[in-house]
Write a protein that binds this ligand. Structure first.
Ligand code: HEC
Length: 184
């Protein structure tokens, strides 16, 4: 057989290319799919976890309340709490419709009585309601979480939002599960 030199060269080049590039491509594809899997794992985690509400102390103060010994909720919520709302949550307080991205915090501190005054003590827990109607559809469109004391990562609620929080907030279904209102 007399194969022209040119053809031989090109076919050889092709073979070489194929054998070098295909494994490379396969490897790259595997790499991408591993990366995609990792990314979706991160996204999955984000879909169930309520993010820590950075900077919530700069949001709008909604109201405060002191829960004293003898109150039915003293065991869990005894102390002084302040509620804060981000701008989307303020929109919710005004319209009764809470857009996704609305976040309300329940900042619970010890209430210390001394010298005929009640003052703030240490933070007990930072309760959070984070509106995302799709991700938190099973708990009325709100993600519930409690960050222990001053921690930004220690979670008191986790996957127990339905029984620890929503069960009580459910009573406020007509108000989209929010108890408080914004005073003028
Ligand atoms: C036994 C009932 C009950 C349970 C359980 C409960 N809450 Fe509440 N929650 C309330 C009440 C009542 C208010 C209103 C407090 C006020 O007006 O100052 C409130 C208010 C809030 C608010 C402010 C927005 C609103 O609805 O007014 C947040 C945030 C919140 N709770 C988070 C949580 C989280 C997180 C949990 C679970 C760890 C939880 N709550 C469990 C009764 C409950």
């Amino acid at each position: 057989m007399n194969i022209p030199l040119r053809q031989l060269l090109t076919s050889e080049v092709l073979v070489n290319r194929k054998s070098r590039i295909f494994p490379l491509l396969a490897f790259a594809a595997l790499g991408f799919s591993v990366m995609a899997m990792a990314a979706s794992a991160i996204a999955d985690k984000a879909t169930v976890e309520v993010p820590y509400p950075e900077n919530y102390r700069a949001w709008t103060h909604v109201k405060s309340m002191v829960i004293e010994p003898g109150h039915a909720l003293h065991a869990t919520f005894g102390g002084i709490h302040h509620l804060y709302a981000n701008s989307k949550a303020i929109e919710g307080y005004r319209t009764g419709m809470w857009p996704d991205g609305a976040v309300i915090t329940f900042d619970l501190l010890e209430a210390v009585s001394a010298d005929h005054a009640v003052v703030e003590g240490k933070r007990k827990v930072l309760g959070v309601m984070h509106r995302d109607s799709k991700r938190f559809a099973s708990t009325g469109g709100w993600g519930f979480e409690g960050f222990v004391a001053d921690s930004k990562s220690q979670r008191a609620v986790g996957s127990n939002a339905a029984t620890a929080c929503f069960v009580c907030h459910q009573a406020r279904k007509p108000q989209q599960y929010v108890f408080s209102s914004l005073r003028p």
